[in-house]
Design a protein around this ligand. Structure first.
Ligand SMILES: CC(C)(COP(=O)(O)OP(=O)(O)OC[C@H]1O[C@@H](n2cnc3c(N)ncnc32)[C@H](O)[C@@H]1OP(=O)(O)O)[C@@H](O)C(=O)NCCC(=O)NCCS
Length: 160
């Protein structure tokens, strides 16, 4: 199916409860309820109030299949940043995340951005493998990047 039948649209604040519920459900089988709740706190409503125009939802018949939350950097005029991406486990592996990323890349290019950045945990080997497949360079782990014990790798992709 290649994820082509999903409709893409920008989210709004009214989508926030649905996104929080999605994170808690989609990650529910690989994490404890407390861990899934902690993960959903990475998506406060402010992202849908101030960065909706650069974020995307994928849905079919009103059912959420995936989302990408990102923005164009305020401080680095060449950069766009992807903060969070998630695909419903039932709809993974059919090109939906690639489609969300390519749509985000196109909008970033159109806005004059030449690089896309993201951060992930060195332990998130799936995220690193996925981003590598999408052409991101992966930095060495940066110790304590997000606080004591919170190492991160930096992902960077140049927009052709
Ligand atoms: C990572 C994730 C977003 C990928 O979504 P998806 O819709 O299944 O990805 P796609 O089908 O668009 O895959 C795009 C490419 O990445 C590759 N890919 C995806 N997940 C991969 C993995 N775990 N390992 C290796 N390659 C992977 C695919 O093979 C595909 O390659 P191709 O286009 O050359 O065939 C999804 O698995 C997910 O939501 N994971 C949990 C959340 C997460 O880790 N998010 C990232 C950090 S916030």
């Amino acid at each position: 199916m290649n994820g082509v039948t999903d409709q893409l649209r920008h989210p709004g604040p009214e989508d926030h409860p649905n996104l929080v519920a999605a994170v808690r459900t989609w990650w529910g089988d690989s994490r404890t309820p407390e861990q899934a709740q902690a993960l959903s706190l990475l998506l406060p409503r402010l992202f849908l109030e101030h960065f909706a125009g650069t974020s995307l939802l994928a849905e079919e018949d009103g059912r959420l299949h995936g989302f990408l939350v990102g923005f164009h950097s305020q401080d680095h005029a060449a950069q766009a940043y992807i903060h969070f991406v998630g695909i419903d486990p039932e709809f993974r592996g059919r090109g939906l995340a690639r489609r969300l990323y390519e749509t985000f890349f196109a909008a970033a290019r159109a806005a004059g951005r030449t690089e896309v950045h993201a951060i992930t945990s060195p332990a998130n080997t799936n995220s690193i493998a996925f981003h590598t497949k999408l052409g991101f360079e992966v930095s060495a782990p940066q110790p304590d990047y997000d606080g004591p014990g919170e190492d991160r790798v930096h992902l960077r992709r140049v927009l052709a």
